[in-house]
Design a protein around this ligand. Structure first.
Ligand SMILES: [Zn+2]
Length: 244
């Protein structure tokens, strides 16, 4: 556990992030019951509207609490925890799908803008991509995609505005260097897949740069219709409420 995570324990207490129970041994964020529930949720990947994209979990009350802690409370190792307890980490269906996409795939995280990176201190998609590369035997490639311009947080926008916001927001760089390495394909990695606008924009940028066989893997799938309501709820719920 690193310093940030230790501080989080100090502030939020040694309680299960999902149910709030402090009576049982945690490993390190969930009690045994919630961990079992998480594993059951991750047994089958979710297919969003596109055939070349999978998500490891559905967004629900349990996974939502974990991803909020990961994104906003400095607990970036939750990304590894979620991947490890998905059917990628447990050598199930999702791992078979990723392996069927190609050998030694490059895992390219959706980049965050520098300003967001400074504020948060890490890119959670990078952590997810790294973890996927460990389980699938591929490689994390974190310097290929970059964001063109800073835009307001996605959480303040509706679905249509969100699609427009990310259209053309990315470009692929270091393409020449990347092409020197024989690759069988690319997996664009994001934390939450809602409309697919962000990962599609990344895939377009990679195609423009000459890359082929581009797939998408996100940690969580959230139905577009429920995303806006959930985001509004996030704003109303303080963290103390959310964690209890
Ligand atoms: Zn629990």
């Amino acid at each position: 556990m690193d310093l940030k995570e230790s501080l989080s324990f100090f502030f939020f207490g040694n309680a299960c992030l999902a149910c709030g129970s402090s009576s049982q041994k945690l490993d390190p964020w969930l009690c045994p019951n919630c961990k079992e529930e998480l594993i059951a949720y991750g047994e089958h990947p979710v297919w969003p509207s596109k055939e070349d994209a999978i998500c490891l979990f559905q967004m629900n009350s349990l996974t939502r609490k974990l991803i909020l802690a990961m994104k906003y409370k400095g607990m970036q190792k939750i990304a590894s925890y979620l991947v490890a307890h998905s059917s990628v980490g447990r050598k199930g269906e999702a791992l078979q799908i990723l392996e069927s996409w190609g050998k030694n795939m490059s895992f390219i995280p959706v980049p965050v803008h520098k300003a967001r990176m400074r504020e948060r201190g890490y890119n959670q998609s990078e952590q997810i991509a790294f973890e996927l590369s460990l389980h699938c035997g591929g490689k994390l490639q974190k310097n290929i995609l970059k964001r063109r311009i800073y835009k307001p947080s996605q959480t303040t926008l509706g679905n249509n505005a969100r699609s427009l916001n990310v259209a053309g927001a990315f470009e692929a760089k270091n393409a020449e260097r990347f092409k020197l390495v024989p690759q069988n394909g690319i997996v664009v990695v994001d934390d939450v897949y809602t409309t697919g606008a962000t990962t599609s924009s990344c895939a377009r940028a990679l195609k423009r740069a000459g890359f082929k066989n581009i797939k998408v893997c996100a940690l969580l799938y959230e139905f577009p219709a429920s995303a806006a309501a959930d985001m509004a709820a996030d704003k109303k719920l303080g963290w103390k409420t959310e964690l209890k």
